[in-house]
Design a protein around this ligand. Structure first.
Ligand code: FBP
Length: 568
């Protein structure tokens, strides 16, 4: 074997030159945890902040033990912990979609728990907890996953622990493995699950009557798990948006080089438009749609199409026959008339299921259109054929359309083409469509996400060693060293009507129209379009000038003076 082929074989199975190098990157720690060389566990104490939602009184009745213990007060770091517990058995799991930095949460947990406690990994996600699929995580394991992307070390899933049988099975897992604590790394739904589990496992699990602690860790690329200055952003958002921004920047560069295409790019993010707003702030494209703005202005689909078409024509008048349109994944649900149409379609298909199934493919569109109100029938008729077919596709188990499957970017491109032709037939218009989503979830974490998640892991572990349960680990003051804290999960719960019944949920944080990030975007977007002021941020950097950059929207919304984050 030649030296080179031998070297290449050594690089298999996640040992590329890059992966080897990132494993060696230092992991800075918030000053509260010491200087990094020696970690110290910290204790926590309630500060003055107490959280309330409109439903706090009902929450207190349904979560009496958790609320009584925490008083819904936010916990602040209170110096070195003189009474660190030993012999704790802690399980960690990932829940929901992957996000860069999850592996560093596990590293932080393992290192703060130290030799005196045992950390178990749960495979995969909540389903693994129900099944009791646990294994012990070693120091060598965490050395191997440090700073690497993905959730592959444990896997993940979206099982919601909700039936009495599932709760009982989780209790049995706790008893079988003699667990003292569970750490759930997840988004809004998973942290709601953590709140429910914390209450259920609060006491009476073990023979001595004690319970199992539950701590949540805020993850999601969507960026919709935010709690003001206490939780400026969830982890994974920075890496995902930097990856999308790189790809958008490359496409923008292509548009100005090849001079003939418009690109319609849909960006992941389920409901909220934080990802799209951040990508726009980083790349400054011609048109960016923000779902929350569409809803607030009650824009119709036709007016959105018209707005883009006019931008195409105005730019063409200046000789610019190219551009990029960013489209948030959840747009359709924020267009009031599309929402009304989808709701009526769901009803019609549910009430006439047999007759619809018996009709031929050609008859189906007419069959449904004849049963819609006039306004919905007109909107239905205006949609491209491929969208109409999707709107009539099979419903999910709740009878709802899977809105995320609608290719909004293609729908808009087709409708804009027609509209441009109506407004000025001489304007050339060629479009390409993309959906950027999965590409951004599992890349190696940015330095921001790497440091943030390591410290979230340290915080979650320190909370366990301090005997706490029912909290979400958090780190704020991300431009001033980083400050660990704990957010009482019950202080975040609201009641929402879902599938015909009241459920406790942590509300998704949507883009606020009056937020500094949105205001800045609105003030600049016309100039970006008129003068083609795009920029290409390039690949995310782990070394050099751009490596210390935090998300632009986070910097703006938290009133930072620069884009530089500082943890440690
Ligand atoms: P989480 O909220 O669980 O972090 O997932 C976010 C997300 O990436 C959304 O942006 C996207 O709509 C969804 O997951 C896709 O889910 P799936 O992986 O099940 O296709």
């Amino acid at each position: 074997m030649s030296t080179l082929t031998g070297l290449l074989q050594k690089m298999e199975s996640r040992h590329s030159i890059f992966e080897e190098a990132v494993r060696q990157l230092p992991l800075p720690v918030c000053p509260a945890f010491g200087d990094g060389a020696t970690l110290r566990a910290i204790s926590f104490a309630p500060g003055e902040r107490v959280l309330r939602t409109k439903d706090s009184d009902s929450v207190a009745k349904s979560f009496p033990k958790s609320v009584q213990a925490s008083g819904n007060a936010v916990l602040a770091a209170a110096g070195a912990n003189p009474n660190v517990s030993q012999g704790k058995r802690v399980a960690v799991l990932f829940s929901g979609g992957p996000a860069a930095g999850g592996h560093n949460v596990v590293c932080g947990l393992k290192r703060i728990l130290g030799q005196g406690n045992t950390l178990f990994g749960v495979k995969p996600g909540p389903k693994g907890l129900i099944k009791g699929n646990l294994f012990e995580i070693t120091g060598a394991d965490v050395d191997g996953i440090a700073n690497t992307g993905g959730f592959d070390f444990l896997g993940t899933d979206r099982t919601k622990i909700k039936t009495p049988e599932q709760f009982q099975q989780v209790k049995e897992t706790c008893i079988k493995h003699n667990l003292d604590a569970i750490v759930i790394v997840g988004g809004d739904d998973s942290n709601t699950n953590a709140a429910v589990l914390a209450e259920y496992l609060f006491s009476g699990v073990k023979a001595d009557g004690s319970g199992v602690q539950v701590i949540g860790v805020p993850k999601t690329i969507d960026g919709d798990l935010q709690v003001g200055d206490l939780l400026p952003i969830s982890f994974g958002f920075d890496t995902a948006t930097k990856i999308y921004a790189e790809m958008i920047g490359n496409i923008l560069q292509d548009t100005r080089s090849s001079l003939k295409y418009w690109h319609f790019i849909k960006l992941m993010g389920r409901s909220a438009s934080h990802v799209t707003l951040e990508a726009a702030l980083q790349t400054r494209p011609a048109v960016t749609l923000i779902s929350e703005e569409v809803a607030e202005k009650k824009q119709s689909l036709a007016s959105i199409v018209d707005q883009i078409a006019r931008s195409v024509i105005e730019r063409a008048a200046k000789g610019v026959t190219h551009g990029v349109v960013l489209v948030p994944e959840g747009l359709i649900e924020f267009i009031p008339e599309m929402n009304a149409l989808i709701a009526e379609l769901n009803d019609v298909l549910a009430h006439h299921a047999d007759a619809f199934a018996a009709s031929s493919a050609d008859e189906r569109i007419g069959f449904v259109a004849a049963r819609l109100t006039a306004a919905n029938a007109a909107l239905f008729a205006s949609l491209p054929d491929h969208v109409v077919k999707m709107l009539l596709a099979d419903r999910d188990s709740h009878g709802n359309l899977q809105v995320s499957l609608i290719p909004t970017e293609r729908m808009l491109a087709d409708m804009v083409k027609v509209r441009v032709g109506q407004l000025d037939a001489k304007v050339p218009f060629g479009a390409h469509c993309h959906f950027f989503g999965y590409e951004g979830r599992c890349g190696a974490p940015t330095l921001f996400d790497a440091a943030y998640t390591y410290n979230l892991g340290l915080t979650a572990g320190a909370l366990i060693l301090d005997g706490r349960t029912g909290y979400m680990a958090a780190v704020n003051k991300l431009d001033a060293g980083g400050q660990p804290l704990a957010i009482p999960l019950t202080g975040l719960l609201n009641i929402e009507r879902r599938h015909g019944q009241d459920e406790f949920v942590i509300e998704k944080a949507l883009v606020k129209m009056d937020s500094p990030a949105m205001q800045f975007f609105m003030a600049r977007r016309e100039a970006w379009s008129a003068d083609d002021l795009f920029s290409s941020p390039g690949p995310r950097q782990l070394w050099g000038a751009a490596a210390q950059q935090m998300p632009i929207s986070v910097a703006l919304n938290s009133g930072a003076e620069s884009l530089t984050f500082k943890i440690g």
